[in-house]
Design a protein. Structure first.
Length: 196
């Protein structure tokens, strides 16, 4: 097992909960970044860029650590669905998603801060929404407050009630941290969760 410290470059509680599953001690740092897309930037490029930038920024505080950076957005009708940040935007996002398939892209970066070597991955996970009435959406938003969730759907909570079906390889990717891919990255970096 690597003697490097593991750091999650995210303040996301769901990501922290997911990372705890690997039973490797880790620290948390929340890098502040402008998460706006660049001009003409496609969603897959956006999430990979932001995952890497979050890891690089977090490495400033942990120069000898393995740093995890992650980012996620949804795509509906060729529009990027980010974090809604307010109820009005969340309602609009969910109303637009009603009865439709939304593609979620998740960028993942593992950076060795001491060497600046990084591994970068892109995961995709599709969500098919049930037909949603305004009342269903309002009740969900009142109970869950998913204002920090891309596309307004907190599937690890009550958001599961909005869903008709999932399409993807790793459900943890949808929650924001693709653990199957992360385990492989950690193994390559000398930090295998199943050893020592």
């Amino acid at each position: 097992m690597s003697n490097k410290k593991l750091v999650l470059g995210s303040s996301s509680k769901p990501r922290q909960t997911l990372l705890q599953r690997l039973q490797i001690p880790f620290e948390i740092v929340a890098p502040e970044l402008d998460e706006s897309p660049l001009a003409n930037e496609k969603a897959p490029d956006l999430v990979q860029r932001l995952a890497k930038e979050k890891a690089i920024k977090a490495a400033q505080a942990f120069p000898n650590a393995l740093i995890i950076g992650a980012d996620q957005v949804g795509i509906l009708d060729n529009q990027i669905l980010g974090k809604p940040l307010n109820d009005e935007t969340a309602f609009t996002q969910l109303q637009a998603a009603s009865g439709k398939r939304v593609q979620f892209y998740i960028g993942l970066c593992l950076l060795d801060a001491s060497t600046q070597h990084y591994q970068l991955a892109l995961e995709e996970f599709n969500v098919i929404y049930r037909p949603l009435t305004p009342e269903m959406i309002e009740n969900y938003l009142r109970k869950e407050q998913p204002l920090e969730c891309a596309g307004s759907c907190k599937v690890e909570g009550l958001g599961i009630a909005l869903i008709e079906a999932f399409e993807g390889d790793d459900f943890t990717a949808l929650i924001g941290l693709p653990l199957i891919r992360l385990v492989r990255m950690l193994e390559k970096a000398g930090m295998d969760p199943l050893k020592g």
